[in-house]
Design a protein around this ligand. Structure first.
Ligand code: UD1
Length: 337
């Protein structure tokens, strides 16, 4: 298939580009580079030995999106592009609703005009709201912040579209906590600001860009009191997208929802210890108060994806830490400008 990857220069998008090419698909990237560096593209080309066509524009631009579909032949879309910072979404809700919903509107409009029927959508465990432990796909969805609501709303919009147009084949993929990097150490997560998420923060402490990790609370009802999450290696996550895309080519279901996670929980302190092992030294941390809006425990029930996609996570927490450390130590300041 020739696959349009929106947000293909971003963290999960770039790893999925590699997985698609490895699986024999053609890739076209659209990215506005609002949260990605253009230098990632050269690295993707070096790893794949292929030219990766890239269109640099904002998908909320209906005319540019339409022009892309009118001038290229696209079989399927994987839609990663979107804003994703929880705290920022509370400060700038309108930006989040306008960007995240608007890009989906113009993409799906263009898909319908040009008879593109396969769409894989980046959703999140955030749609389980405060009920994220052992989550199965049939749980009711809700959110606790505007970012989360954009995911809940986009899922609902796509479900309504699938009812109206039963020829569509849509996958809603609910990611748990993506971490890790390509084993080459040349592609990885490159937050543009202070990292919000745990793994990139630990990696920046290890490389000396941050003084110490702040552990947000050690009084949760978990084995060591710190928050428990289902970390998934970004290469396993990318493989889940390829599996979902290939399933859409054969299924009769207009829309399907799959959790992408390991089913195993790891605490903040366990992840820190695993990272210390990868680095070979202890890392400084302090326990501070809880972060507003955090849940104690989040992990997937991935059995639906395991059974229906023939997919499961392969990589251990140790590999996630080793690969993140290789990326961070080889690129202490992230991608060059
Ligand atoms: C967060 C978002 C989630 C979003 C995901 C991807 C919240 C409440 N949830 O997930 O909606 O889909 O990011 O962007 O923001 N921690 C620390 N110190 C840190 C950072 C994190 O102790 O500096 C802890 C957190 O309290 C949590 C765990 O590490 O227990 C994981 O946090 P994080 O990586 O931010 O992921 P989520 O909160 O699961």
């Amino acid at each position: 298939m020739r696959v349009l990857v929106s947000g293909g220069a971003g963290y999960i998008g770039s790893h999925t580009v590699l997985a698609l090419v490895a699986a024999g698909h053609d890739v076209v990237v659209v990215d506005d580079f609002s949260n990605a560096k253009p230098t990632v593209v050269g690295r993707l080309e070096a790893l794949t030995g292929r030219h990766i066509p890239v269109h640099a524009f904002d998908l909320t631009d209906i005319d540019k999106t339409e022009h892309l579909f009118a001038t290229d032949t696209i079989d399927a879309v994987i839609h990663f592009a979107g804003y994703k910072a929880v705290g920022e979404s509370v400060q700038k809700p309108l930006d989040y609703y306008q960007n995240n919903l608007g890009s989906t509107f113009s993409l799906v409009r263009a898909m319908q005009r040009h008879d593109v029927d396969k769409l894989v959508f980046s959703s999140s465990a955030t749609v389980y709201g405060t009920d994220q432990a052992g989550a199965t796909e049939d749980r009711p969805t809700f959110a606790t912040n505007p970012y989360g609501w954009t995911k809940v709303m986009q899922e609902q919009i796509l479900r309504d579209i699938a009812v109206a147009d039963p020829d569509m084949r849509i996958a809603l993929l609910r990611y748990f906590n993506p971490v890790g990097a390509h084993p080459s150490g040349t592609i990885g997560e490159d937050p543009s600001d202070v990292p919000n998420n745990l793994m990139p923060y630990i990696a920046q402490v290890a490389v000396g860009r941050r003084e110490k990790l702040q552990v947000f609370g050690d009084d949760y009802d978990t084995p060591d009191g710190t928050g428990v999450r289902d970390y998934i290696h970004v290469e396993d996550l990318a493989a889940g997208h390829v599996a979902a895309l290939e399933k859409l080519a054969v299924t009769d279901e207009p829309i399907s929802t799959w959790n992408l996670g390991s089913g195993r929980g790891t605490s903040v302190l366990e992840l820190l210890r695993a990272f210390e092992k990868a680095v070979g030294r202890e890392l400084p941390y302090e326990v501070v108060g809880r972060r507003a809006g955090d849940v104690a425990t989040s992990y997937a029930d991935p059995s639906k994806a395991n059974a229906e996609l023939g997919w499961s996570t392969q990589k251990t927490v140790e590999e996630m830490c080793a690969d993140t450390w290789r990326w961070q130590s080889q690129n202490p300041d992230g991608y060059p400008d």
